[in-house]
Design a binder for this molecule. Sequence first.
Ligand SMILES: [Zn+2]
Length: 130
Amino acid sequence: MKETYPYKKTCLYCNEQYKGRLNSKFCTPSHKALYHADINRQNEEVENKKYDRYRMVVDLLIKNCEILDSVLEKNTVPNVSVTRNELLQLGFSFQYHTSIDGQEGYNVFMSFDKGLKILGVDTYEIVTKQ
Ligand SMILES: [Zn+2]
């Protein structure tokens, strides 16, 4: 009598021995599905971890932008100047920016569309990119 599935195989999901075709990898279709679901979940976790550090920086940049917006909203005059200490007290993070624009000989450290133009020692003007 000829065996339909003559090969001794080991299931990739449960590690149990079974008899199957030469190219089969799983003892049951459900173990095949569970195995691939595990692989997909692991890949998602790797992707999420990879982007966590970028999300942290983007969150800081968004917060910076919101802080600059809040300072601008409290002032009705244009060319609002602010000190480093005032910004630090509001939680501004100076270590990240999206770009550095040159403006009339000044460096402007941008957080998206809002920026800090360095006016002097620890003094900045808040600028909005048009
Ligand atoms: Zn199995």
